[in-house]
Write a protein that binds this ligand. Sequence first.
Ligand code: PEP
Length: 260
Amino acid sequence: MIRDYIFGGNWKLQYPTVETSVKAAKDIADQLSTIDVEAFIAPSPNALYEVGRMIKESNLKLAGQNMHFMQKGAFTGEVSIDGLLEAGCEYVLLGHSERRRIFGEIDEMINKKVHTALDNDMKVVLCIGETASERANGDMAKVNMEQLSGSLKDVSEVQLNNIVIAYEPVWAINNEYLNPGVKIKAATIEEANESHAVVREWFVKNYGQSVSEKIRIQYGGSMKPTNAKELLSQRDIDGGLIGGASLKAETFIPILNSIK
Ligand code: PEP
């Protein structure tokens, strides 16, 4: 493996209180202490600071779920990069499909956030992915390449060292709003490999072969202890961004252990 695995737990708004978030974070941090792998959790903003305090001395890292591209100003309801840094975040998720498809974020906006993050020493997990209908129309490659081009506009080769890509097909994400009435399941190995190859190839075309070999691409979308091993044994899958199964140590830790 030329790239180190990286795992993230995206907690969304699933733990709406500080107390429940801190408890789950502690369980995960305790169990992670015996595993040598890079992993972060992204709690909801209301719990970020307290979770950060709880896991400070552990090897579990902290991530923001989103942030505004302006450092401060009249932006009601937004989260600042300084707030994320103050809480102890090393990473921020940007362009998650829930931000893109529920809250209307466009690539231009995501690109501004990417630059604000990188300019302020925050690492970025850039999320991309197509919907079921985009895939059915044969647009999987086009959509993902457009999101990469738009979100990474004017990002230098050196800055890519601080970027991780999360390929997350929207149709595989356990989200009833984005996938109404659909039985949600993870991508098959073939589907995941096809998409990860598209992403890797985009980096070859835009930054060259050696840069593309270094960029880490997580798979996200219904990753669980039962399917993680097979997904993670694929050449172009360098970890996972995990929603539901990251909420508890009982399901998150076995996923991390499946790389052994
Ligand atoms: C996600 O939203 O990033 C995600 C991968 O969710 P889940 O694992 O619940 O499908």
